[in-house]
Design a protein around this ligand. Structure first.
Ligand SMILES: COc1ccc(-n2nnc3cnc(N[C@@H]4CCN(c5ccncc5)C4)nc32)cc1
Length: 260
């Protein structure tokens, strides 16, 4: 459409919790952009996605990846009632690389690490001052232009808080930390070991024990609820809103009294 640039030279960048991410050149600006496709599974996802977009569009800062525009399918602008959309496309500035890729080539010189980390803190100070949490900060979500040693925080997560919430519920129900052992391993294990552990998530190392075995004293419905929150793959994890409508909360559930 005339409002949005025509995107050419599309290249895959990755698949995140929210869906596919491509890079493309916006013919209008001749700039390369990162385009995140958010598939709208249901009205809840749309509401969540729109809220996330509203927050991230507001955050203008040198150390935060900026959102250029949000488009409906076929590059059309958002309709007045976006809840009927099948997908949302978030077009944002595209940085040269991310910190995870950079670190694959080994540690950074101290001077570079210091300047980059300073920018990370500068970006976090801004984000937190806006009362926004990133919730999924990791090297893959930190983007860098190596020519200017410029760092920007991007790709605000949606899922991570739910894992934490699941662990908290388990602790509420048992009085003990659910992954105490594992989290101890996390603290002591070096990042490299942890990344190795995480990378073999389907092997015996992180064997998935049924929660009923881990939490014998917890009632079956609570265990079923925990199973759906503490799913390893964030794509399958319940969102806060979906969790609120799980039978486990039917005695309290009241969507109109659970404002967003
Ligand atoms: C889940 O996957 C995702 C999720 C979010 C992004 N986001 N979100 N905002 C971004 C701003 N800039 C970039 N830049 C790319 C980083 C690596 N890039 C290469 C470019 C060329 N070759 C290899 C990597 C460009 N990526 C962004 C990318 C992939």
């Amino acid at each position: 459409g005339v409002q949005s640039g025509h995107f050419v030279d599309l290249r895959p960048l990755g698949t995140g919790v929210t869906g596919l991410v491509l890079s493309a050149v916006d013919e209008r600006s001749r700039q390369r952009v990162a385009i995140k496709k958010l598939v709208m599974r249901d009205a809840l996802t749309v509401k969540h996605a729109l809220r996330e977009v509203k927050i991230t569009r507001r955050l203008h800062h040198e150390n935060v990846v900026s959102v250029n525009e949000v488009l409906a399918p076929y590059g059309l602008p958002l309709p007045r009632d976006p809840t009927q959309l099948s997908a949302l496309y978030i077009v944002q500035e595209c940085m040269e690389t991310d910190l995870a890729r950079l670190l694959e080539q080994g540690p950074l010189p101290t001077g570079h690490a210091t300047l980059l980390f300073y920018q990370l803190l500068r970006g976090l100070k801004f984000i937190h001052s806006a009362n926004v949490l990133h919730r999924d900060l990791k090297p893959a979500n930190i983007f860098i232009n190596t020519d200017q040693l410029l760092l920007k925080i991007g790709d605000f997560g949606l899922a991570i808080d739910m894992w934490a919430a699941g662990c908290i519920l388990a602790e509420m129900l048992t009085g003990r930390m659910l992954f105490a052992g594992t989290s101890a391993v996390c603290h002591t294990a070096s990042t490299k070991t942890l990344m190795t552990l995480m990378s073999y998530r389907n092997t015996m190392i992180l064997v998935k024990k049924p929660f009923s075995g881990l939490l014998p004293e917890v009632d079956a419905q609570a265990v079923d609820f925990l199973e759906r929150i503490l799913t390893f793959n964030p794509m399958d994890r319940l969102t806060a809103e979906a969790a609120l409508s799980h039978p486990f909360f039917q005695q309290y559930s009241c969507p109109e009294d659970e404002p967003t």
